[in-house]
Design a binder for this molecule. Structure first.
Ligand SMILES: [Mn+2]
Length: 250
């Protein structure tokens, strides 16, 4: 086992269930690639990481982060991942890293479709946007894996495509337009980088799909829901998404 899991949760109550469960399921897991919406007490995260054999949690930023704290940190140390606690690292936008010889591209940011109900500077920041300069920097060369918070627009994940078609939560038109523009930014990078695998959060619906030319996208479910965590074997590039029943040993 190559020792990676991708997940998307900002809920420390769920993390303290998930990390020990992942450890019981596969003791080789040492790295968590977090697909965004990270807003947690890092001391609690460190405690549960230590107990669960996790050596590092690499966070791709999403749209529900305290950007008033994170953006100044990233800007004070350009070109460096920011270690905010013993195990937690915030990744710059964008960022590349190599694990087991596989190149992984992290592309943070996503549009908040519920922005209308949020307060700028309190629980919403413009920093969530995926800027053109992020797209250009991220698109420099290929990668084996992408981790994003936002979904691609041209997604092969049927569950996400259905959600985008139906707008079941009745989000307003201008928010939907911003969301589509944000997803189009991911499409540009996804096309340029050509990764075999892409993991994202944000959509709160679990599913996976593969394009005709062999590119797999995994949409991680929300915290405490099925499909919130996927195990990634970076040696053979296989993905395992165990059910909650299996993870919890029921
Ligand atoms: Mn989100």
């Amino acid at each position: 086992m190559s020792g990676c899991a991708a997940t998307s949760t900002g809920n420390v109550g769920w993390l303290q269930t998930l990390l020990p469960a992942l450890h019981r399921y596969d003791r080789g897991i040492t790295t968590i690639l977090h697909a965004g919406d990270w807003w947690m007490d890092s001391r609690a995260v460190d405690y549960w990481s230590r107990r669960s054999g996790i050596e590092r949690i690499l966070v791709t930023l999403g749209n529900h982060e305290p950007y008033n704290e994170y953006t100044p940190l990233l800007e004070a140390h350009p070109g460096r991942a920011i270690r905010v606690s013993q195990f937690v690292w915030l990744l710059p936008r964008p960022w590349r890293l190599e694990i087991h010889g596989r190149e992984i591209l992290s592309l943070g940011g996503a549009a908040s479709v519920d922005r209308k109900w949020r307060t700028p500077g309190k629980d919403w920041w413009d920093d969530e946007r995926i800027l053109d300069e992020h797209v250009v920097a991220a698109s420099a060369r290929s990668a084996d894996v992408m981790v994003t918070h936002e979904s691609p627009d041209d997604t092969p994940v049927a569950q996400v495509a259905a959600l985008l078609r139906c707008n079941p939560n009745g989000f307003p038109d201008d928010a939907l337009e911003e969301s589509a523009a944000s997803r189009a930014q991911v499409d540009k990078v996804w096309t340029a980088v050509n990764p075999k695998l892409l993991f994202h959060g944000h959509m709160h619906v679990a599913g996976s799909g593969t394009t005709a030319d062999g590119h797999t996208v995994v949409s991680l479910g929300r915290d405490a829901a099925e499909g919130n965590a996927a195990l990634l074997d970076l040696v053979d590039m296989s993905v395992d998404i165990p059910s909650l029943r299996v993870l919890r040993g029921w």
